[in-house]
Design a protein around this ligand. Structure first.
Ligand code: ADP
Length: 409
């Protein structure tokens, strides 16, 4: 038995799950919020439904991990009796750059490479590094593994990842498409192959991760050969507050017209655009759909731009792969919105896509929503990035200690 602590460390938050990897069972999950601020809290949910919320002075990531361990070990709300029952830690790390094509055991050398990548992900990688250091303090000697959002897309060919700018900017600054949400795309592609009872290496899949951030991937024989997010998670689909694809000149034009600084332009595109920007209603798809159904015009525009873009990428990726076996929807919107799925697939019968409305609105979580006889399957699969992180971590740690339980006792 191997228990893996899966961590997702942000600037002021740490999300965690303790997963019994072989059984694929989450023992406890929760999050620490407002690290380093007043009113910091930890909320924990145990597998049996027991919930607890604690307030405390959580000044940094090291204290956050201390709190998490205290809860996991607590007599009334915990799930383990001793720290040694945590056999490894798996970290979600946003940016692996070109250095990491798969998950890796964290060594001093890996930490150095992660530091070198900070410039590529200034908002994320520093916090991941803090989380790693915090585990070294709180769980000394416990192996740590890094699972990258970018790694799954490292199989893309040059024609998919190069931008049309001077090649020297790629060699000098590593400016290229990286793609994100890799663990989610990988997980749902794997689940889709199990669902369809076909080997992944025989399938041409388009995976649509539609959450607050949205991205799509063309997964050909298990390899992501193209994806809609780019150098940063700003490119591609319309998102809650991000613009997605835009003519780069628009940015320069607005900066000139409104006298925006670089930082302000960045905020405009990342925080005030997308569903929120067009609709004026908010970044939450439920609210946008609600207002659309009340007849609000701008909410309708936002919904239409969102779903039209998903449809365009389906067409593009079917062309890139020269065929299509299945479209997979996941993420908060992809899993829960029949309206988005219907509109995104509408008019794609020529690709063999035909959504069955009864199936589309059914309450099942994992489901086939295409009509019987449709050439291309359309499937909904709830994502589980934490499980991917736990499984990768287990596989890597197993190679270090074939029998962790035995060596511990
Ligand atoms: P994150 O990307 O932060 O992990 P999620 O994957 O949870 O976010 O997705 C959040 C999005 O899912 C929000 O836009 C929310 O409105 C949307 N969502 C959740 N449930 C529904 C629903 N029933 N219908 C439409 N959208 C939904």
């Amino acid at each position: 038995m191997m228990n893996i602590l899966v961590l997702n460390c942000g600037s002021s938050s740490v999300k965690y799950q303790l997963i019994e990897a072989e059984a694929q069972k989450t023992l406890a999950r929760g999050s620490v919020e407002r690290i380093g601020m007043t009113g910091a809290t930890l909320a924990n949910l145990r597998h049996d439904g027991d919930e607890i919320k604690i307030a405390g002075e959580i000044v940094d990531h090291t204290v956050a991990i201390e709190y998490i361990l205290a809860v996991l070990l607590s007599r009334n709300h915990g799930v383990i009796a001793d720290k040694s029952e945590i056999h490894a830690v798996g970290h979600r790390v946003v940016h692996g750059g070109e250095a990491f094509v798969q998950s890796v055991l964290i060594t001093n050398e890996v930490i150095k490479t992660l530091r070198d990548n900070i410039e590529l992900a200034p908002l994320h990688n520093p916090h991941n590094l803090r989380g790693i250091a915090a585990c070294e303090v709180n769980l000394p000697g416990v192996p740590q593994v890094s699972v990258f959002d970018t790694a799954f897309h490292q199989g893309m060919p040059k024609r998919a990842y190069l931008y049309g700018i001077p090649y020297s900017l790629y060699t000098q600054y590593k400016i290229r498409r990286y793609g994100f949400h890799g663990s989610s795309h990988r997980y749902v592609a794997w689940r889709a192959s199990a669902f369809l009872r076909r080997k992944l290496d025989t399938l041409k899949l388009i995976t649509c991760h539609l959450g607050n951030g949205c991205s799509m991937a063309a997964v050909d024989q298990g390899v992501s050969i193209d994806t809609s997010m780019g150098f940063t998670p700003l490119e591609g689909l319309l998102m809650g507050t991000r613009s997605g694809d835009i003519d780069p000149s628009v940015i320069l034009y607005i900066m000139g017209k409104e006298g925006l600084t670089l930082g302000e332009a960045n905020t405009l595109l990342n925080k005030h655009s997308g569903l929120q920007g067009i609709s004026g209603v908010g970044s939450d798809m439920r609210e946008v759909i609600g207002e659309m159904k009340n007849g609000d015009k701008k909410a309708t525009y936002a919904f239409d731009v969102f779903t039209y873009r998903v449809k365009k990428y389906i067409g593009a990726y079917a062309a890139a792969m020269g065929g299509l076996d299945a479209v997979v929807f996941t993420g908060g919107i992809g899993e829960n919105s029949p309206d988005v799925r219907r509109a995104s697939c509408e008019g794609l019968q020529f690709l063999g896509i035909n959504v069955d409305e009864g199936r589309n609105v059914s309450s099942e979580k994992e489901k086939l929503i295409s009509a019987d006889g449709a050439k291309t399957a359309v499937i909904v699969i709830p994502t589980n990035e934490e499980l991917v992180i736990a499984m990768d971590t287990m596989e890597i740690v197993k190679t270090l200690r074939p029998e962790p339980a035995a060596t511990r006792s």
